[in-house]
Design a protein around this ligand. Structure first.
Ligand SMILES: [Ca+2]
Ligand SMILES: [Ca+2]
Length: 390
């Protein structure tokens, strides 16, 4: 039952498979694509093949994680193919310029295509690049992102020619693995009264305070009570989910960062349908009294009209948070049928409890009946306050 519902959600995401585009440029791979998993070590070196090149400047130089070596050729179209150990879902590629692009402007690709295949014969285009993607600068990384939910083992790069002149060169090509929610997520062990877990693509800061790669948005959605999202500052940075389509929330579970319970003051869940303009759905005007899961029920959620994007944000305190779980049902779905289904599901198979969270020390008396039903799941506090948000 649960797997089927997850499948429905996943299918909805596939409908949004449109290319996104390029971003800025950096002098290191880690700066240009922070928090991403680079598919470098999983390349089968012996499978790399490509168009003839200048001496010692073959296509294998694209995959050695070294900008001082380059693929440089005057034969076009230039084609490079390679295979990974196993199939991976790729949703970004980083390309780096070489040692002397500034000295010889025009050596960047005019147009380029990254494609992928299951059988090394039939290829699907993942991204189409153009001349203006790369600048005539040396040793510089450029990130390109796109939507893709399919795992492929075979990849191909095709370059039509240089932007100008007769020689084309790039030093690195790094595929990035799509970040997915942990299989441990959600981990509260608290069955919502209605709805099912909302999953999707993560949005917000990829790295946390001070550039910490362990404290980015993923840390609030990894099912681990001991990892936490840590924004840049008060009201500076958020973590959230693009659910792919609008959802009505039925319940929210939040676990504050251990040792920073005061920072739960100002904790806020906001919704958006464009990822830019946000509406407040729920807001905490209290610190947390203990390190325990905070359960926000549907009657405490305002403006619950259906939102595609959800984020955890804090403009009052520094917005650390260990875990965020959003439950609900999609606006487009058959709400009544889905609710009946999920109510049955929730009763039948509540997710496994996270035993690393200490037992609750205080309860505020809200929804005592619901508490009784949840006996055995440790560390839960129900929010009793309802407040008109800012
Ligand atoms: Ca290289
Ligand atoms: Ca976590």
């Amino acid at each position: 039952m649960k797997k089927r519902i997850f499948s429905i959600v996943v299918c909805a995401f596939l409908l949004f498979a449109l290319a996104i585009g390029a971003s800025g440029a950096s002098d290191s791979l880690e700066k240009e694509a922070p928090g991403r998993t680079y598919l470098i070590d999983v390349i089968k070196k012996e499978t790399i093949s490509g168009t003839a090149s200048f001496a010692n400047e073959g296509p294998e130089n694209l995959f050695d994680n070294d900008v001082t070596t380059k693929f440089c050729t005057n034969t076009f179209p230039a084609v490079v193919t390679w295979e990974l150990t196993g199939a991976h879902v790729v949703d970004a590629v980083v390309i780096a310029t070489a040692n002397d692009n500034s000295q010889y402007p025009g050596r960047n690709p005019a147009t380029w295509t990254l494609s992928a295949s299951q059988d090394r014969t039939n290829y699907v285009t993942l991204f189409e690049g153009k001349a203006s993607d790369l600048d005539d600068v040396d040793f510089t990384y450029f990130l390109f992102t796109f939507n893709n939910d399919v795992a492929y083992p075979y990849y191909k790069l095709e370059i039509s020619g240089p932007e100008s002149g007769t020689v084309m060169q790039i030093s690195e090509l790094v595929l990035c693995k799509k970040a997915s929610l942990s299989t441990n997520y959600p981990s509260s062990g608290i069955a919502p009264k209605e709805g099912h877990i909302i999953t999707g693509d993560l949005i917000g800061l990829e790295t946390g305070w001070g550039g910490n790669p362990d404290a980015g948005r993923h840390a609030a959605f990894d099912g681990d009570a001991n990892t936490f999202f840590d924004p840049n500052g008060i009201g500076d940075g958020y973590c959230g989910i693009d659910a792919g389509e609008p959802f009505i929330l039925t319940e929210i579970h939040i676990l504050p960062r251990n040792g920073y319970l005061d920072r739960f003051l100002g904790a806020e869940i906001q919704g958006s349908n464009d990822g830019e303009n946000w509406t407040s759905l729920w807001y905490s005007d209290d610190a947390a009294s203990a390190w325990e899961w905070q359960v926000i029920t549907a009657d405490m959620i305002e403006n619950n009209t259906g939102w595609r994007y959800f984020r955890y944000f804090n403009e009052i305190s520094h917005g650390d948070v260990a875990e965020v779980e959003l439950y609900g049902y999609s606006v487009s779905g058959n709400a009544e049928a889905k609710l009946a289904e999920t109510q049955t599901e929730a009763a039948a198979e509540a997710p496994a409890a996270d035993t690393s969270v200490p037992a609750a020390q205080t309860f505020d008396g809200f929804a005592v009946a619901a508490m009784a039903a949840l006996a055995g799941t440790a560390g839960i506090a129900f929010f009793k306050k309802r407040r008109n948000v800012k």
